[in-house]
Design a protein around this ligand. Structure first.
Ligand SMILES: Nc1ncnc2c1ncn2[C@@H]1O[C@H](COP(=O)(O)OP(=O)(O)O)[C@@H](O)[C@H]1O
Ligand SMILES: [Mg+2]
Length: 265
């Protein structure tokens, strides 16, 4: 494997649900995971297994309780905010719902420029903004810059969200359920876009999904999460054809049943 962009080592994260005397939930329980340069890794598991927590810890929206996170070999789980700001441009979290991540009153150009402005590197007129729009297939970019989110299709909005992720030239994009709100055609085009972006720019992706078909289509490596633990990791083709863990087998069986129901009503 090539050099790791991201490494988590023995990561722990606990939440207390419902106040200080509430039930303790171990969202991450001794998780170790590496994402290589330009690699696409899928993180799969049922709802509540800790996938989004892992994504938030990676971009440091949440702090680890214990363990380490390294970006290009540099430990950052305890890094001060100032150096962290520079690092944040190099990794980006994409959320599942483009309505949530795009302000309805903000023009597309401004929305894509926003991550640059935080880093004081440009504005909506920056050539980098148009470039990012074209990289995600919104061409010509000039047709999109002054439009509002509601004027675009669902697929175009998903692309805008990805353009926002790309504008700072990240090395790692964490995409949390990027296809959960979309139909099969759009899902296929997002899968293709992620793979194209990896191929052309060498960006690594951690794709969080509960959709095993999506995971199989997009990723060469898959990590299976159950109740805060990674129970199985490996090449997607191998994990999906010969899973070793009972939980992975159960997930695959459940996915096959859903498949049967949808193809043979
Ligand atoms: N901020 C929080 N406060 C309390 N509990 C949380 C918080 N975030 C996540 N959890 C809990 O941690 C567990 C994992 O959640 P999450 O990471 O969202 O799982 P997933 O994305 O796989 O559905 C769940 O039990 C969830 O209720
Ligand atoms: Mg989640």
């Amino acid at each position: 494997m090539s050099a790791a962009v991201l490494q988590l080592r023995h990561a722990y994260k606990t939440f207390t649900a419902g106040g200080s005397h509430g039930r303790r939930v171990t969202a991450l329980d001794d998780v170790s995971l590496a994402v290589g340069e330009g690699e696409i890794v899928a993180l799969v598991g049922q709802s509540g297994s800790g996938k989004s927590t892992l994504g938030r810890v990676v971009v440091r929206l949440e702090r680890l309780d214990r363990g380490e996170s390294l970006f290009e070999g540099v430990e950052y789980s305890r890094m001060a905010e100032r150096p962290m700001r520079r690092l944040r441009r190099r990794m980006h979290l994409v959320l599942q719902d483009p309505y949530q991540s795009l302000h309805p009153a903000m023009r597309i150009g401004a929305a894509v420029a926003e991550p640059l402005e935080i880093a004081r590197a440009g504005d909506a007129r920056s050539p980098r903004v148009a470039e990012a729009l074209e990289e995600v297939g919104l061409t010509p970019a000039a047709n999109y810059l002054r439009r509002f989110p509601h004027e675009l299709s669902g697929g175009e909005r998903q692309r805008v969200v990805l353009a926002r992720a790309l504008v700072g030239r990240p090395r790692l994009v964490v995409a949390d359920e990027p296809t959960s709100m979309v139909d099969a055609t759009l899902r296929a085009s997002i899968v293709k876009l992620i793979r194209d972006l990896r191929d052309s720019h060498g960006i690594a992706f951690l794709v969080i999904t509960h959709d095993l078909d999506m995971a199989g289509a997009v990723a060469e490596q898959v990590a299976v999460m159950q109740r805060g633990r990674l129970v199985e990791c490996g090449r997607t083709a191998e994990v999906f054809t010969s899973p070793t863990h009972d939980y992975t087998k159960a997930l695959l069986r459940a996915a096959a049943e859903v498949g049967r129901l949808t193809t043979c009503p």
